[in-house]
Design a protein. Structure first.
Length: 252
C-alpha cells in the first residue's frame, strides 16, 4: 500500500511539476506521511531521484514544440548546477533557518505582483539579446540554483517568475527554460544524495516511471492550452507554497 500511494503521488507531482514546477508540494508530504520514521535525507534523495526523470522528459517534450534559447539557457543550466552545489555546501556552514520565515513573505509578494500585472507573461517579448541575454539568464541560473541547494522550496516558481518578469518571457517559454535550469540544480542535489547513500532505489524506480507518465500528461496539457493555462497553474502553485511555507514557519 505504501508503494502504491508513493507511486500515485509521484505521478501527480510529475503532472504539476511539468507545467510550472512545484511537484515537491505533492510528493514530499506524501513520502513523509507514508514513511514517518524514515530519515529525512533518504526521503529527500528518493524524491529527487524520481522527479529528475519527470523533469528530463518534460524538458525534452517542450524542446520539440517550443523554441528553446539554447545559447543562453545551456550556460545558465551549468551555473545552476554549480550554484546548487555551492548552496548545498554553504548549508553545512550556515543554518537556513532565517529563510523559513522570509520565504512566505517573498512568495506573497510574487503572487500579488503577478495578480496585479494581468498582462505579465502573456506575450513572449524577450528584453535582452546576445551576450546581455546570456548574462541575464546565467544570473537567474546561478542565484536560484544556489537557493535550491541551500534551501529549496519554490525553486521552479522562482525560475519561472524571474524569467517572466526580468527577461520578458511568456509563461510557457519561461516554464520550458525553467525545466532545464531546474533539472540541472536537481541533478546536482541528486549526485550529493547518491554519494552519501540517501536514495532508496527500490522505491525510486517505480516512482520515476510514474513521475514520467504524469510529466508527459502535464506537458501535453500545457502545450495544448498555452500561456494562460500555465499562468493559472503558476498562481495556484505559488498560493499553495505560501500556505505550506507559512504554516511551517509560523505554526508547525
Amino acid at each position: 500500500m505504501e508503494l502504491l500511494i508513493a507511486t500515485l503521488a509521484s505521478a501527480l507531482a510529475g503532472f504539476v511539476d511539468s507545467i510550472v514546477g512545484g511537484g515537491g508540494l505533492v510528493l514530499l508530504p506524501a513520502l513523509f506521511a507514508v514513511y514517518p520514521t524514515a530519515p529525512p535525507a533518504a526521503l529527500l534523495g528518493t524524491n529527487k531521484s524520481a522527479s529528475v526523470w519527470g523533469t528530463s522528459f518534460a524538458a525534452w517534450q517542450y524542446s520539440r514544440r517550443v523554441s528553446m534559447r539554447w545559447r543562453s539557457v545551456l550556460p545558465a543550466a551549468a551555473l545552476a548546477m554549480a550554484g546548487s552545489f555551492a548552496g548545498a555546501w554553504w548549508v553545512t556552514l550556515v543554518s537556513p533557518e532565517f529563510l523559513r520565515r522570509l520565504l512566505p513573505v517573498v512568495l506573497c509578494a510574487v503572487l500579488l505582483y503577478t495578480l496585479a500585472r494581468k498582462d505579465m507573461g502573456r506575450h513572449h517579448q524577450p528584453r535582452f539579446e546576445g551576450r546581455a541575454e546570456i548574462w541575464a539568464t546565467c544570473a537567474v541560473g546561478v542565484s536560484v540554483g544556489f537557493y535550491d541547494g541551500f534551501f529549496g522550496p519554490g525553486t521552479g516558481s522562482f525560475f519561472v517568475f524571474l524569467l517572466v518578469r526580468w527577461l520578458g518571457y511568456d509563461f510557457l517559454n519561461a516554464s520550458v527554460a525553467a525545466k532545464l535550469l531546474n533539472l540541472s540544480s536537481n541533478a546536482a542535489a541528486l549526485v550529493l544524495f547518491t554519494w552519501t547513500g540517501h536514495v532508496w532505489w527500490h522505491l525510486a524506480l517505480p516512482m520515476a516511471i510514474a513521475n514520467v507518465v504524469g510529466s508527459l500528461l502535464g506537458t501535453r496539457m500545457a502545450l495544448k492550452h498555452g500561456t494562460g493555462f500555465v499562468r493559472g497553474v503558476f498562481l495556484v502553485v505559488v498560493s499553495a507554497l505560501i500556505c505550506k511555507t507559512g504554516y511551517n514557519a509560523f505554526v508547525g
